[in-house]
Design a protein around this ligand. Structure first.
Ligand code: 13P
Length: 253
């Protein structure tokens, strides 16, 4: 099987100021992770920074994305941001269904699927997040929970080029405790299987791993053939760490 593109994506969550964004771009510009056809880089800053970071990131070959979008294009939805608004500021991707939004904002699989469809309609690639809690894993339910999330959160028959799923075990997020390579590989195989059932042909789609990815563990995680990239929280805020993680993957075939 020829290697799929690897996507190195940063999720800044609710962190960063204009000064932090500008400093990140300056530093990444000095580090200049090599561009190439087999590796994509993406930063999803908070919505307040999309405008000021978009051009600078693009000049470095780094794409920009949102962290969430509403299902509607516009309207009386105080505090929300729509897919067309993200497109207006040059976003190519949007994260949907992150576990923090599922937990804190009560987002259901059905809502996540509706957001993914709204994103696709406007030309954004949704990064659809799935993952089990520690209690679910300890009860032996991790695979069935994630299969059910895939079945219900991923729209039917997405073109493989627009299909990105991030496996983020909730117990690995922000804990410094990444899943083991065996657990990552096993779940990624399950997800690929579930996506093939769901989408017909999921071969070109990407399945990312997220949860305590750092420069120290990125190389071994990203060396797994079945892992098509990483969704990085905390470490993506430091340009050095983001570049170091990106540089564990060759940009060329
Ligand atoms: P950390 O890399 O900080 O564990 O966060 C992972 C995550 O939630 C990315 O979306």
């Amino acid at each position: 099987m020829s290697r799929r593109i690897k996507l190195i994506a940063g999720n800044w969550k609710m962190n960063g100021s204009r000064a932090v964004g500008a400093a990140f771009i300056d530093r990444l510009g000095a580090l200049r992770p090599a561009a190439g056809p087999m590796r994509r880089m993406l930063i999803c800053p908070p919505a307040t920074l999309i405008s000021s970071m978009s051009d600078g990131l693009k000049a470095l070959g780094v794409m920009i994305g949102g962290q969430d979008c509403h299902v509607q294009a516009s309207g009386a939805f105080t505090g929300d941001i729509s897919g067309p608004m993200l497109r207006d500021f040059g976003c190519d991707y949007v994260i949907v269904g992150h576990s923090e939004r599922r937990a804190v904002h009560g987002e259901t699989d059905q809502l996540v699927q509706a957001k993914a469809l709204a994103a696709l309609e406007i030309g954004l690639i949704p990064i659809i997040c799935v993952g089990e809690t520690l209690a679910e894993r300890e009860a032996g339910q991790a695979e069935s929970i994630v299969r059910a999330q895939i079945a219900q959160s991923v729209p039917d028959r997405i073109a493989p080029a627009n299909l990105v799923v991030a496996y983020e075990p909730i117990w690995a997020i922000g804990t410094g405790r990444a899943a083991t390579l065996d657990d990552i590989a096993a779940m990624h195989h399950t997800i690929r299987d579930a996506l093939t059932v769901k989408s017909g042909d999921a071969e070109g789609g990407l399945v990312l791993y997220g949860g305590s990815v750092k420069p120290g563990n990125a190389a071994e995680i990203l060396a797994l053939d079945i892992v098509d990239g990483a969704l990085i929280g905390g470490a993506s805020l430091a340009a050095e760490d983001f570049a170091a993680i990106a540089n564990t993957v060759s940009a060329n075939a």
